[in-house]
Ligand binder design. Structure first.
Ligand code: GDP
Ligand code: GDP
Length: 437
């Protein structure tokens, strides 16, 4: 399933990020916090009336040194490229501005559905002022108030009406989709070029949808189908905004969403940087298969413990990715590159692993026997039954007497027991406690 995408466009201060946060809601987890994913977010999952979509705040993609009207036009361009539905935001307090007049026709000409939201309509008087926004030629203006949470439902009702009918997955289920993410210059394009080097057959580069057109579909000699998601986004650096950090992060997050497995690339030469953590954290949160790839290993002077030490450093910096295998490669010398497709396939399989309930419950019983369940204020956690409810990523529901009694540390313990027993290497797993009825 490819989720539809909605982008918010508008000049600064109309309330885009206020609305973004309201729609997305605050679903902060510990990992998200440590990896900084939630800090000035511009891309997140959202849902309205059971319909899931991805939401982009293009206002967060700032282009330094560009005059405001250039910047806004480029944000509109990004929205047109990335989104299925666009929300153009304005503010009733300032009325129709020059920038609004510049952006509206660009959006209109794109042919994409555009919903015109007029924010800061905090009271009935202001709401009646929205009529002047008809002059933008984008149809009915929707009065909303981000700070009061008014009118947003009407906008979202309209947004979901315009979602594409058929947002089926673009590839066969057995085709392994992976993406390669990491900071600029870590060697992403070099890696991809090397992986899909001479010995592999490119199946096709031309496909039906714009999304497929930026991917590279290839087959290994063993006949396994792979797709590198958004190969184009990784390579092209033509338009101004394509070289901005926020935009490349956005592209990476979108590629992650469409992938089964994500290669998180670290540059051995430069070591680990803060910036690495954000996108990797997102891949983890999204439940994707993950392989940590340390590239440019050829540049390192090796002594007895160099690899071990680097590995410890990676583990220390990415504690929440303790399940991810680490592969040391060189796109330049091609050293150990041949391992990658195999590894990707293995992680893909692990992420799709299904465990029989009977075996699962044996493992849980053994676990409880060696490490009794925790108590809280005299009450002990009771585990009745465990079952795997889904794959990709493997997700387990544990029926208990009281979900609050399953503390993080005990869930962690159970996770580790699952990992010791089954091969979940490279895949996050989720454990959800549920009260037995
Ligand atoms: P952005 O630059 O478009 O992302 O705008 P922000 O979301 O940062 O909001 C800019 C300012 O407008 C902030 O001070 C918000 O508190 C304020 N604001 C946002 N929505 C409303 C609203 O509905 N009414 C009023 N009065 N102020 C709002
Ligand atoms: P991207 O921006 O992440 O796609 O990085 P590129 O693939 O464009 O590589 C950036 C630079 O690093 C280029 O000059 C590459 O030739 C170089 N490079 C990539 N992989 C390796 C490697 O394994 N070893 C060395 N020494 N250089 C590499």
């Amino acid at each position: 399933m490819v989720k539809p995408t909605v982008a918010i466009v508008g000049r600064p201060n109309v309330g885009k990020s206020t609305i973004f946060n309201r729609v997305v809601g605050e679903r902060i987890s510990i990992v998200e916090d440590t990896s900084g994913v939630t800090r000035d977010r511009i891309y997140a999952d959202a849902e309205w009336l059971g319909k899931e979509f991805a939401l982009i705040d293009t206002g967060g993609i700032t282009l330094e040194d560009e005059p405001l009207n250039v910047e806004i036009r480029q944000q509109a361009q990004i929205a047109i490229e990335e989104a299925d539905v666009i929300i153009m935001m304005t503010s009733v307090r300032e009325g129709v501005t020059y920038e609004d007049q510049q952006v509206a026709p660009i959006l209109f000409k794109s042919g994409k559905p555009v919903i015109l939201a007029v924010n800061k309509a905090d009271n009935p008087e202001l709401r009646s002022d929205v009529y002047e926004f008809y002059s933008l030629g984008l149809g009915d203006p929707y009065p909303i108030s981000g700070s009061h949470g008014l009118g947003l439902g009407d906008v979202l009702d309209e947004v979901i009406k315009h979602f594409p009918e058929d947002s089926e997955s673009d590839y066969d289920e057995s085709t392994i989709k992976f993406s390669v993410i990491g900071r600029p210059n870590v060697g992403k394009s070099s890696l991809v070029n090397a992986i899909i080097g001479e010995e592999r057959v490119i199946v096709s580069n031309i496909a039906g949808t714009t999304r497929e057109a930026v991917d590279t579909h290839f087959q290994t000699q063993e006949g396994r189908d792979f797709v590198v998601i958004d190969t184009a986004g990784m390579r092209k650096k033509g338009k101004v905004y394509e070289s901005t950090e926020k935009y490349s992060v956005l592209r990476a997050l979108r590629a992650v969403d469409r992938s089964d497995v994500v290669l998180c690339v670290i540059n051995a030469e430069e070591g680990i940087r803060e910036q690495d953590k954000r996108v990797f954290g997102y891949a983890h949160e999204a439940g994707k298969g993950i392989i940590l790839v340390v590239n440019k290993w050829d540049t390192i002077e090796k002594e007895t413990n160099t690899l071990k030490e680097f590995e410890l450093d990676v583990r220390d910096n990415f504690q929440y990715l303790s399940y991810a295998p680490i592969v040391f490669v060189s796109a330049l010398t091609k050293k150990r590159l041949h391992l990658l497709p195999e590894r990707i396939e293995e992680v893909f399989m692990n992420r799709n692993l299904r465990i029989q309930s009977s075996i699962l419950n044996d493992v849980v019983m053994d676990a409880v026997a060696t490490n009794p369940t925790p108590t809280d204020k005299g009450r002990r956690l009771k585990i009745y039954y465990t079952t795997q409810v889904s794959v990709s990523p493997p997700t387990f529901v544990i029926f208990v007497n009281d979900p609050d009694l399953l503390h993080f540390s005990y869930a962690r313990f159970l996770e580790n027991r699952f990992r010791d027993t089954f091969n979940f290497s490279g895949t996050p797993i989720r454990i959800i406690p549920r009260k037995r009825k």
